[in-house]
Design a protein around this ligand. Structure first.
Ligand SMILES: [Zn+2]
Length: 316
């Protein structure tokens, strides 16, 4: 009687707080039931579990519909492995309570299979997106120099193309066009869905023959720096991608070419991600960091493009 009470307590605790399933010791009559219960703790309650040994994907409750961030596989009728790609979480549950080395080995293999399948899907999607990017690029015309975004930033188009109202920034990986960043008239920026992101970059100017190369976050910042300094500027797109881009570029360029990270100064954002990530990227490749210098009293500008524009508007 005491044992049953303890078991019931554990069940209600787990339901209530979604605590670690590795310590799960309840006995279930089927793996479907065990997995269904485990996923319910993550608010995933609509699945029909297939314990068929195949990897299954499902939408998680914390992201948009169609996210397919969840996965599970039941390598046998006693074990289920499940996890979430966006958090890296992975759990194993069994119908019995005891640790079983054979079951653990099966679970590891199943998880490995899930990862490989996911990687295959991801590469297939990246290839598809690269194909779309090449098609868009090939069929787009030169950017209209009066495009609202260019006009607002007072920048030339520097070889960008345009499709309908979108400016197209070509993004490269290992010299190949793999994606396109679309810049909308209101300044919103979005790459094509499913393309490779890490280490992928755009470019303003030409790398060939350059003695010094800059790396910046956004295209407009890169264009403003190019116009001001006449140096080629690589576009990493965001602070989180600076280091990957810096490492690839350092590998690719001859040793005597100097690389400088031109940081955004996110001085109004907690932790200043622009400056912080720029320093990390610089450390990774032994480069220097260039920070924008703001006009006295300016409480608005955060990057080189802002400063260039601000100075023009103040007639400096
Ligand atoms: Zn300013």
């Amino acid at each position: 009687m005491a044992a049953i009470t303890a078991k019931e307590t554990r069940r209600s605790e787990r339901r209530g707080h979604g605590i670690n399933h590795k310590s799960e010791s309840c006995k279930y009559t089927s793996i479907e039931q065990a997995l269904g219960d485990a996923l319910a703790a993550y608010s995933v309650t609509w699945l029909t579990i297939h314990a068929d040994g195949a990897v299954h994907r499902f939408d998680t409750a914390d992201k948009a519909k169609g996210n397919r961030n969840g996965w599970y596989v039941c390598p046998s009728l006693e074990i289920a492995v499940y996890g979430f790609w966006h958090t890296g979480e992975q759990h194993t549950i069994t119908t019995g309570g005891k640790a079983d080395p054979a079951a653990a080995a099966e679970a590891r293999l199943a998880a490995q299979r899930a990862r490989e399948q996911r990687e295959t899907e991801r590469r297939a999607q990246q290839a598809k997106t690269a194909e779309q990017a090449r098609h868009w690029w090939a069929t787009a015309g030169a950017a209209d120099p009066t495009h609202p975004y260019l006009a607002k930033k007072r920048l030339a188009s520097h070889g960008l193309r345009q499709r309908e109202a979108m400016l197209l920034v070509p993004l490269f990986y290992e010299g190949e066009l793999v994606n396109i960043e679309r810049i909308y008239p209101d300044g919103a920026k979005k790459a094509l869905f499913g393309g490779r992101a890490k280490g992928v970059a755009g470019l303003v100017g030409k790398l060939a023959g350059a003695e010094r190369v800059l790396i910046a976050e956004g295209w407009a910042t890169a264009a403003a720096l190019f116009e001001a300094m006449g140096l080629p500027v690589v576009v990493a797109r965001n602070a989180d991608n600076l280091e990957a881009v810096a490492r690839r570029l350092r590998q690719r360029l001859p040793d005597d070419v100097t690389i400088t990270i031109a940081a955004d100064d996110d001085r109004f954002t907690k932790g200043n991600p622009g400056a912080t990530k720029a320093r990390l990227a610089a450390l990774a490749i032994g480069a220097k960091v260039l920070m924008p210098t703001f006009c006295a009293g300016c409480q608005r500008c955060t990057d080189f493009a802002d400063v260039a524009l601000c100075r023009q508007e103040r007639g400096l």
